[in-house]
Design a protein around this ligand. Structure first.
Ligand SMILES: C[S@@+](CC[C@H](N)C(=O)[O-])C[C@H]1O[C@@H](n2cnc3c(N)ncnc32)[C@H](O)[C@@H]1O
Length: 208
């Protein structure tokens, strides 16, 4: 990563990102997935989620609050320092954390893989294996919630990022029944207030 221009070196940017998004509400994709689990089996206890690229915990904290067991995985140690210091962190006995790159990490079978705004940061040479690992690890009837980024996104030109056409994303989702598939494409700003053209696929999908 050290040869990348500063604007593309995300490893350096994450602590500023955590600061910028501190206290934000859980992602809509996670909430949509949780609503579906609750509607299917309102009284079910002890569900298990893997929160990939959990960051400072906006989604992990919500899962724990609802009584889910969570394995939170992130490549940046500061993510966990911030998460564990959050005043709204509850049920911490249900939380396990794992520091590491998700493409190098394993996890057990799960009800939910949540990958909010993190999978595009997987280098392209590892993405297909990572996606296979995600699909394999979700039990039948379990879900994926999260985002993939499109080919018209400004960051698509960054060689270490993974971006896809809509057709490619639809192919990835073949093992799933698609429940939410929202495409967001607009000129906006990043959390660090940098101007950016966004092209995002917001996904909730149930494993067949
Ligand atoms: C944009 S933040 C998203 C954080 C949180 N999920 C959210 O929705 O706000 C991306 C996170 O993914 C982590 N990340 C990026 N690439 C990763 C990788 N290859 N393995 C593990 N974590 C990674 C970063 O450290 C960062 O915390």
């Amino acid at each position: 990563m050290s040869e990348l221009p500063k604007s593309q070196n995300f490893d350096e940017k994450w602590p500023r990102y955590y600061q910028a998004v501190a206290g934000r509400v859980p992602r809509n994709t996670l909430l949509a997935a949780l609503e579906r689990f609750d509607n299917e089996e309102p009284d079910r206890k002890g569900r298990f989620a893997v929160d990939l690229g959990c960051g400072e915990g906006r989604d992990t904290v919500e899962l724990l609050r609802r009584g889910w067991r969570v394995l939170a995985i992130d490549g940046n140690a500061e993510a966990f320092e911030r998460m564990l210091a959050r005043p709204d962190l509850q049920n911490v006995e249900l939380l396990e954390t794992k520091l590491g790159k998700f493409q190098d990490t394993t996890w057990p079978e799960t009800d939910l893989i949540n990958g909010s705004f993190c999978l595009p940061f997987c280098p392209p040479e590892y993405f297909s294996q990572l996606w296979d690992k995600i699909v394999q690890s979700i039990r039948v009837g379990g879900r994926f919630s999260g985002q993939l980024f499109g080919d018209r996104d400004d960051w698509a030109k960054i060689p270490t990022h993974s971006h896809f056409t809509q057709a490619q994303v639809e192919k990835f989702l073949e093992p799933f029944e698609i429940e939410v598939f929202n495409i967001e494409e607009e000129d906006g700003k990043t959390a660090l207030q940098e101007p950016k053209h966004w092209h995002i696929f917001h996904i909730v999908a149930r494993k067949k």
